[in-house]
Design a protein around this ligand. Structure first.
Ligand code: PFF
Length: 471
């Protein structure tokens, strides 16, 4: 019976039309809030160009290995994350459950943040950008009773619609439209940021080009070995999140990739796109923040960067600031939607493959279930406010607890277990065979084997210990 429904699935299985569709959809997943609100912060904190270099080296080795493993795993098994591991190695089917739980935890709170982005985008679009800088605007909005739920609903509704339409007519079509627009906006704003100039009340003038120097020139001042290790860990952690690894997404997307597409080339293109946008986001944000608030302002990341610090800057640019603010939030929205869609697809694909549900039934039920969790997250800012001390030293409420559990515990754990499964149980050749399926030459086979067996699991273990507050 189960076999029957599986073979029906295989017959009906959606797929991307070709390499471009796959690459833009996967890049859409990779380019998200992580690129915009965390990469520039890491770069500013970790020695500018030094961080960029370290990041690039790890992207081409560590990131490449994990990403190609997940995509190949999906394409080989033709299954979503919940059942892909079982298909590969029946005794490891429980790892599929982990891989399913992560997107189920992340998606609801990502939708809440997506709702905040829509609220800000509307605020700028109707010319009310000056409201966004008033003290307490952000806090009073997120702790409101119905607005956050309404905006979350709008965001989740858009994601639902795209996934409901399917891989080709939904995800691929929208990625092909949204990703190029996003790239153009990022290029435009980052170029504009270089020409900013501001003289503060002390008569000190700062320019965008000076800010760009802080970003691009490696800063070795006071660098110790321990400090360098910290930079490496920051780069690995950022990379892991930025490439959407261990979230089940790349397995799901890989399962929709046509067998004739060159896997290595596509993975290289995803990494290039994601790293390129992260680099430009840094070029957009670091000079902008530097010009208006000096080096101290560069210590801001996350929600306070995009919902509090940047609106202040847009406000000081007068009428043009409104246009820039609107453009900026449109760009953030596109980045967030394409990421959220990928994670909803990972959940949906899992149920289609495991239970033989139709896409429509799957997305409807899972979309509704995750929306209930989103509402709980929204309520965490008004009726259920609490402050929990997390093992890594930070303090948070519902959204932060979910984020912490997924990013700091479950994802590194899934990464480590995947490395053990592929490196030691099934052997790297399983993945190498998929990569070279059409007779492609794979020059990095040696690097791949060493990475997946030894280096990647050790690095992930260190990330896990850091996240747990043990290191
Ligand atoms: N790569 C994404 C980012 O940088 O924001 C990570 C991600 C988060 C993907 C949440 C999908 C998602 F729903």
């Amino acid at each position: 019976m189960e076999n029957n429904s599986k073979s029906e699935n295989k017959k009906e299985r959606n797929s991307f039309t070709g390499s471009l569709g796959f690459v833009l959809a996967a890049a859409g997943s990779a380019v998200g809030l992580g690129n915009i609100w965390r990469f520039p912060y890491c770069a500013a904190k970790d020695g500018g160009g030094l961080f960029l270099l370290v990041y690039l080296v790890f992207a081409l080795t560590f990131g490449f290995t994990l990403l190609i493993t997940e995509v190949a795993l999906g394409r080989k098994t033709q299954q979503g994350p919940l059942t892909a591991y079982r298909e590969l190695q029946p005794k490891w089917k429980w790892l599929g459950i982990f891989s399913f739980v992560v997107p189920f935890i992340i998606y609801p709170y990502y939708c809440v943040i997506g709702g905040w982005v829509i609220k800000y985008m509307f605020t700028y679009m109707i010319g009310k950008g000056s409201l966004a800088v008033q003290d307490g605007f952000f806090n009073s909005f997120i702790s409101g009773s119905w607005q956050p739920i309404l905006f979350t609903f709008l965001f989740a509704g858009a994601c639902f619609y795209i996934v409901y339409k399917g891989v080709e007519d939904g995800i691929e079509k929208f990625s092909k439209i949204l990703m190029p627009i996003l790239a153009v906006i990022v290029i435009f704003i980052s170029f504009y940021a270089l020409f900013l100039k501001f003289t503060d009340s002390d008569g000190v003038t700062r320019t965008g080009l000076q800010g760009a120097k802080i970003y691009l020139i490696p800063n070795f001042k006071g660098l110790t070995f321990r400090g360098f290790l910290h930079i490496c860990l920051d780069a690995i952690g950022q990379l892991f999140y930025s490439l959407s690894i261990a979230m089940g997404i790349m397995i799901a997307y890989g399962s929709y990739m046509k067998k004739e597409v060159n896997l290595e080339k596509s993975v290289n293109q995803i990494i290039a796109f994601d790293t390129g946008i992260a680099f430009l986001a840094g070029l957009m944000i670091i000079p902008t923040v530097f010009v208006f608030s000096d080096v101290d302002g560069l210590k801001t990341a996350g929600t306070s960067l995009i919902f509090v610090a940047l609106p202040k800057i847009f406000n000081s640019l007068g009428i043009f600031g409104y246009i820039l603010g609107a453009l900026f939030f449109v760009m953030v929205l596109f980045a967030a939607i394409t990421s959220a869609v990928s994670i909803l697809e990972a959940i949906t694909a899992s149920y289609i493959d495991k239970y033989g549900w139709s896409r429509k039934k799957s997305v409807l039920i899972l979309g509704a279930a995750t929306f209930v969790v989103s509402i709980i997250v929204c309520l965490g800012y008004n009726v259920w406010v609490f402050k929990l001390k997390l093992p890594n030293g930070s303090v948070g409420q519902i959204l932060d607890v979910l984020d912490y559990g997924a990013n700091n515990v479950l994802m590194p754990l899934i990464g480590i277990l995947t490395c053990i499964l592929i490196g030691w149980v099934c052997k790297p050749q399983t993945i190498l065979d998929e990569i070279t399926l059409n007779g492609e030459k794979f020059n990095r086979a040696g690097l791949y084997k060493v990475m997946i067996k030894f280096i990647a699991p050790v690095l992930l273990f260190v990330i896990l210990l850091t996240g747990l507050g043990i290191l």
